[in-house]
Design a protein around this ligand. Sequence first.
Ligand code: PLP
Length: 388
Amino acid sequence: MTDEKRYLSEAVNRIKPSGIRKFFDLASSMDNIISLGVGEPDYTTPWNIREASISSLERGFTSYTANAGLTELREGIAKYLDRHFNVDYDPENEVIVTSGASEAIDLAMRATVNPGDEVLVVEPSFVSYAPLVSLIGGTPVPIPTSIENGFKVTTQAIREKITDRTKGILLCFPNNPTGTVMNAGEMEEVAAVIQEHDLVVFSDEIYAEMTYDAPHVCVPALSGMRERTILISGFSKAFAMTGWRLGYVAAPEHIAAGMLKIHQYAMMCASTMAQYGAIEALENGREEMLEMVESYRQRRNYFVTALKEVGLDCHTPGGAFYAFPSIRSTGLSSEEFAEKLLFAERVAVVPGNVFGEGGEGHIRCSYAASLEQLEEAVERIGRFIKSL
Ligand code: PLP
């Protein structure tokens, strides 16, 4: 072990820094870049949400809130989940407001996974899942998906990875990085296997509002799933609030109580001014949110077609704001493609391998950019492919 590493824990030494940040940092030091790299809305948070937060400061609401979050916000979250996703949670005991969905994922893992437990991670996946499982001594077990079946997870793939140490499964639909959604029938089949093996489900539904072709399928709303599911979500994507750091978990009371013990010691409570903004987002933010979602849909329709026209095989993402085209036809690895594209044409994308096994041979492009930028990006990508 090198000298500097000896003060760090084994768990920290085991995990690697996020591959997304590496590319983002490289791109931000260059001029004339079109960035399709970072997964965040290109909108500023709607004004009424910002104003509600400003107003809370003006009124002097600057103290801690209850550990689980403001009662009014928890009630708003429970009502929102019930109205739009048909799941019923008690705001008093089953909802915790967190510092982003990121903290929510960490809480869910730490409250349920023991060292030595295996957690199934449907891959390609959001970059934080596997490292967070590793940090608590669990073993992330990838379940591969591929472009051939639109990156959907199959019951067979799950069954192949279940052992007597499997504790839970991480699901994320609509998915980052593939944009894949699962329909109700497909999800019910997966749910049956999960119930058969009595697994805990970590369902990251942060892109729930961003579905373009079919309504969102909320995992705890499926028969037999609520009792075993920790629902993870937040305000970052749908309401364009990434910098506010506000998310939540909803889970059966005994699991929520376990997560609250960690949250109260590690975080105390989420940011108070952000919580006031979030109350407004839930009460009066739907119309503007739906307009943003509609614009992502239009950009998806343009971007995916345009990528195909310049020669990249791309499945049509049903949700989120990512396209995940295959770059296998170029003969380059994901890293080579992303790096060469960045230096040759100044377009920043994320190499697919940073999202786990099935991601190699792909790149992730966020289409939460203006249509003009997307057009320019496609032109540059096309020119780059021709030059190979
Ligand atoms: N989950 C998924 C699938 C994501 O893509 C992201 C952000 O990119 C997060 C969670 C983190 O969201 P938050 O900003 O609420 O921490």
